[in-house]
Design a protein around this ligand. Sequence first.
Ligand SMILES: [Zn+2]
Length: 90
Amino acid sequence: MLRSLFFLLVLSLVFSCSKGPSQVDPMIAEAGGHVGAYSSVKFSSDFDPVCKMSLLQGIADTLVLDGKVLGFCTDNCRKRFRAQPSLYGF
Ligand SMILES: [Zn+2]
């Protein structure tokens, strides 16, 4: 029940994005999977700072640093980033 409600919520978000102007990057709004759940989130970059993978391929976790929202492809990338943000230019 909860799962289907969440699915409907994501669907309605995607649907409302496709109608009329929106601040969401159309490339992110069109992507499926995890990215859809984050389609209302404004990321400070469109790639994983650790492995440089495009976030359009999927977002497993996020981290907020100095008000910037960062997306990570896996929890492992997020842990590596948290351990030493300076390695990745933060
Ligand atoms: Zn990664």
